[in-house]
Write a protein that binds this ligand. Structure first.
Ligand SMILES: [Zn+2]
Length: 284
């Protein structure tokens, strides 16, 4: 096998592609480039970074690519946002959602399409009958808190955040937890644990007092436009850039921690099933 060039022949202009550009390209490249030329450049930069990252993680002992040909398969995971030459159809997604920038981008399609189904129909009623409530929280630990300790903290973090869900009494919710091995501008290495909750609530919804404890970010959006939708998905599903640029040993620990935990969950009307009211986990 070989590294395919993925020659770009066009930029996708869909709302989902724009959302993927914000969640992944902006996060990894650190720039907010908008022109097609900038997007092409960023795609190539991220592709090279991803291929280099795979090799760094293999050197650190990443077990996933141990199967014959797996490394090359992952290096040729097809990019999103752009259209490439037909030969690319022989290449398939590697499904490493927690670190592959392209598969991470593909994984947000479900949430994007679900929220799009909540938007008012064009030409229909302009006043939405519900709001989206966003709840976010994060916690930071220094690098020396590594390995088993950080796995234990992440497990507690997940359990604590999910204990909120029964009290929110929303029509439906999306919950997501992330772990990001950060490097600060001063070169310090940190773990950032975060979770986000998206709740579909009625316009007169009253948040239980204890939820707004001063540490959590609370935000309401009256869902009226696709632009709002894109911003919400971008805030909720931003690629954890430390997985690409942080120390490889920390990224490897983060992968191991996430692999053993369910990091997203759907409730009520966010489930693809029509049976509301029960929880469905999705371990992507
Ligand atoms: Zn992939």
């Amino acid at each position: 096998m070989y590294d395919n060039l993925f020659k770009i022949v066009g930029i996708s202009k869909t709302g989902l592609s724009f959302c993927q550009k914000i969640t992944t390209l902006w996060s990894i490249c650190g720039t907010r480039s908008l022109s097609d030329l900038d997007v092409s450049t960023s795609i190539n930069l991220v592709m090279n970074a991803w291929r280099a990252r795979i090799m760094q993680l293999v050197d650190e002992g990443w077990h996933v690519p141990s199967a014959p040909g797996k490394v090359q398969f992952m290096r040729n995971c097809p990019p999103v946002i752009v259209r490439t030459e037909d030969v690319d159809r022989i290449f398939q997604p590697c499904c490493q959602y927690h670190i592959c920038p392209w598969c991470h981008s593909r994984s947000i399609a479900f949430l994007y399409n679900k929220l799009a189904s909540f938007l008012p129909i064009r030409g229909g009623y302009s006043t939405p009958a519900f709001r989206l409530l966003e709840i976010r929280d994060n916690r930071v630990f220094v690098k020396k808190s590594a390995g088993k300790f950080i796995a234990s903290v992440f497990k507690d973090w997940i359990n604590t955040s999910r204990q909120l869900m029964p009290f929110l009494k929303a029509a439906g919710a999306y919950w997501r937890a992330t772990i990001d091995p950060l490097t600060t501008k001063k070169g310090r290495h940190l773990w950032r644990l975060a979770y986000s909750v998206l709740d579909k609530v009625p316009m007169d919804y009253v948040l239980p007092d204890f939820v707004d404890n001063g540490h959590r970010t609370i935000r309401y959006t009256d869902m009226k436009s696709r632009r709002q939708l894109i911003n919400i998905v971008a805030r909720t599903c931003r690629y954890p850039k430390g997985m690409m640029w942080g120390p490889p040993d920390m990224a490897l620990v983060a992968l191991g921690v996430r692999r053993r935990k369910k990091c997203t969950a759907l409730y009520g009307c966010f489930r693809s099933s029509k049976k509301n009211g029960k929880t469905s986990d999705n371990s992507k």
